[in-house]
Design a protein around this ligand. Structure first.
Ligand code: NDP
Length: 309
């Protein structure tokens, strides 16, 4: 039985801890906001944004990450300490899908330039041949899980030709051709847009490096909503500087916050967003639903949903 579920203060990065606590007032356990001090030791489960080594020695049975990506968590150590880990995959298709549609529309219609001009009070016409429509353009989505499918569905609705990449190349709705990871270069070679939506793992770290940028069209745009380390950032900067890439929309970075000295800040054809592609005022409700379901499962001695470790 779960008697206490803690909410770690680090969830503040996405919503106030008390909002989640109140949303979980109906679960069959006491829910309280706890730090890594003594109170943590009284909890069976913990809902958190950050990982802290103190979680290992606290006697927790279960830790829930309020993100889908759990690359910051040490799987082997958690397992060795008997701590199960669940993530929040399955809830970001609409939010990230809309953000990526927005990035692509912005580049196609030149909205980012107009916004920059507006800050200078400048009425400036773009080059006659710079604007295009998304209809008929090809998008390659690398990673076809919740994010990838949310992106593909919207791109299809906008009239784009959608291809994708996953380890198991079985068909996916709204994706014309699904390539295995071994055919990444073929998959990205014809694309006007490449959207990265894979988890960060040993296999995806540096997935987009120099040879992948060389495989891209010169007028291609890269979108990264996965994790910063999926892209070799210096190879990206080199590609942008040498006009081997038309632009990039980046929500995630090797170092976050993106350091002030990063050249990416100053590039006109780069759109930087602060890891907010999945943000919504309803985020806490979706987390509450996942936590509520897993408390029920634990109490009914069923396997945890979204279990990673
Ligand atoms: P899912 O688990 O739903 O999907 C991941 C997909 O990636 C799977 O379909 C998997 O397919 C595919 N995949 C895994 N490894 C590879 C590989 N080596 N090459 C190609 N495809 C691969 O996760 P989500 O869609 O929820 O999230 C994906 C990642 O996006 C998260 O791990 C997180 O890092 C990031 N994210 C970022 C957010 C943001 O705010 N920017 C919000 C949410 C997530 P298959 O098994 O067939 O390979």
């Amino acid at each position: 039985m779960v008697s206490q579920v803690g909410i770690h203060p680090s969830v503040e990065r996405l919503f106030p801890p008390a909002v989640l606590r109140d949303a979980l007032s109906d679960v069959d356990a006491e829910v309280r906001v706890v730090d890594t001090g003594a109170a943590l030791g009284e909890c069976d489960g913990l809902v958190t944004f950050e990982y802290d080594a103190g979680f290992l020695s606290a006697g927790l049975d279960w830790v829930h990450s309020i993100q889908s990506g759990v690359d910051r968590f040490p799987f082997e150590e958690l397992e060795a300490h008997g701590v199960r880990l669940t993530n929040s995959a399955g809830i970001h298709g609409d939010t990230v899908g809309e953000t990526v549609a927005g990035y692509m529309l912005q580049f196609a219609r030149g909205l980012h330039h107009h916004r920059t001009n507006q800050t200078e009070r400048e009425w400036s016409y773009p080059a006659w041949d710079s604007a295009f429509t998304l209809r008929g353009q090809t998008l390659c989505v690398v990673g076809l899980g919740t994010l990838g499918r949310g992106i593909a569905m919207r791109a299809d609705a906008l009239g784009m030709d959608v291809v994708g990449v996953r380890r198991t190349p079985t068909p996916v709705d709204h994706v014309d051709t699904v390539y295995p990871t071994t055919e990444l270069h073929e998959a990205i070679g014809d694309a006007r847009f490449v959207a990265l939506a894979v988890p960060l793992t040993d296999r995806t770290s540096g997935l987009m490096a120099r040879s992948e940028f060389e495989a891209l069209r010169d007028d291609a745009y890269l979108i990264n909503v996965a994790r910063g380390a999926v892209v070799d950032q210096s190879a990206l900067v080199a590609a942008l500087r040498s006009d081997a890439l038309a632009g990039a929309a980046l929500d995630v970075f090797e170092t976050e916050p993106l350091p002030a000295e990063s050249p990416l800040w100053g590039m006109e054809n780069v759109v930087v967003t602060p890891h907010t592609a999945a943000a919504t005022h309803e985020y806490y409700r979706r987390i509450a639903a996942l936590v509520r379901e897993n408390v029920r499962r634990l109490n009914d001695e069923e396997g945890l949903a979204n279990r990673v470790v």
